[in-house]
Design a protein around this ligand. Structure first.
Ligand SMILES: Nc1nc2c(ncn2[C@@H]2O[C@H](COP(=O)(O)OP(=O)(O)OP(=O)(O)O)[C@@H](O)[C@H]2O)c(=O)[nH]1
Ligand SMILES: [Mg+2]
Length: 356
């Protein structure tokens, strides 16, 4: 029944039915602005380190698409929340990649630009580092170090993430020492073998960054340590005009948020390169304000029929499972009832191959 209704809605879809007011990207008019405490926080780090998961935890909304695969975030996304009368404006960024990696994996150049843009807008920069990755746990990505050196005057802090994968935090002392080059807030870490005078002028390749003002050990997944980050951000807030109205929680339009949430869930469910070959298109969107309800229809374009069958699973079971997860995420995002129709299409054919 839902499928039938959504298919009919798709046919009647008109772009002007979008409601952009609630998520408006337009800055407030000057005379409507209020002075308050505000902090813009750029969150950068290697792909898959947990940047988006952290922002969603602090804002208590699944604004930023997150998945278990790399390159889930492909553009700059702002996510806002209030804490202790302070407007915290997070800038979620794509994982930092070198130019070589960007060319090799054919990633849009805009991904690298998004990181640089976030740094220009930031009052403070948070670097998320995945400490559960045994290959990289003791090194910051070289481009992260370059970026931090470039904005050395902006306060920055290190977020050591995924500590839930460790039994004892004591295991992480060497890692902290390495990621900070043995310095936090200009002071040598006791036991790191560093001293202010000894290290002056030394020029050897560094694994970390020496100017972090603070280090946090957290689990973005279960929330451990996240409160300390909120307090730190509030203490870094400045009095300024609010850039966004208190009711606004993102600068993204709802159609983009829905497409990104769908893309992320396919990244979560499908193996290897398959999900990167899909093209997600929102075909219908309507917000029924009085019922606190969102109706949407999304088509996922697959390169061939074989993939459609593989993704749908036996009897369409897998597609149904993916759809349930997407709807739960969208409810968590909009905090409204969401009616979703999800279909698989074969590229170059117009009609849906499978509708769920
Ligand atoms: N165990 C554990 N997993 C985590 C934690 N934080 C994030 N994750 C998982 O790590 C994966 C990547 O999380 P994302 O938030 O998408 O990472 P990201 O840095 O935004 O990734 P990109 O946007 O691709 O650069 C997801 O599967 C998360 O559930 C954590 O604290 N503990
Ligand atoms: Mg992300």
């Amino acid at each position: 029944m839902t499928t039938f209704v959504m298919s009919a809605l798709r046919l009647t879809y008109r772009k002007h039915t979008f409601k952009a007011v609630f998520y408006s990207t337009q800055p407030e008019r000057a005379n409507e602005r209020n002075l308050g405490k505000i902090v813009n926080v750029a969150i950068i780090g290697a792909p898959n380190s947990g940047k988006s998961t952290l922002i969603n935890k602090v804002t208590e909304r699944k604004i930023c698409a997150a998945s278990n695969k790399v390159h889930t975030t492909t553009k700059l996304v702002r996510a806002m929340c209030f804490y202790n009368d302070t407007q915290i404006v997070f800038l979620d960024t794509p994982g930092v990649v070198t130019e070589r990696e960007q060319k090799k994996y054919n990633l849009p150049e805009s991904m690298i630009k998004a990181c640089h843009k976030s740094l220009r807008c930031a009052d403070v920069v948070g670097v998320v580092h995945d400490v559960s990755n045994k290959y990289t746990k003791d090194y910051l990505h070289s481009d992260v170090i370059n970026m931090l050196n470039f904005i050395a005057e902006t306060p920055s802090f290190l977020i050591i993430n995924k500590i839930d994968k460790f039994k004892s935090k004591a295991q992480l002392l060497t890692t902290i020492s390495s990621l900070t080059n043995g310095f936090i807030a200009g002071n040598p870490i006791p036991g790191s073998g560093k001293s202010k005078s000894k290290d002056k002028g030394e020029k050897k390749p560094e694994k970390g960054y020496s100017k972090f003002s603070d280090v946090f050990l957290i689990s973005a997944l279960n929330g451990d340590g996240v409160q300390d980050i909120k307090n730190y951000l509030v203490s870094n807030a400045k009095t300024a005009n609010f850039q966004y109205s208190p009711s606004q929680w993102t600068d993204q339009r709802p159609e983009s948020l829905i497409e990104e949430a769908v893309r992320a869930k396919f990244l979560d469910f499908l193996a290897q390169e398959i999900p990167y070959k899909l093209n997600v298109q929102l075909e219908y969107y309507e917000e029924i304000e009085e019922q606190e309800k969102i109706l949407c229809s999304v088509a996922v374009e697959c390169p061939n029929e074989r993939l459609v069958r593989l993704i749908a699973g036996a009897g369409g079971g897998r597609l149904q499972q993916i759809k349930t997860h997407i709807r739960n995420d969208l409810v968590d995002l909009f905090k409204k009832t969401v009616v979703l129709s999800l279909s698989l299409k074969i590229k170059s054919k117009n009609e849906a191959a499978i509708v769920n």
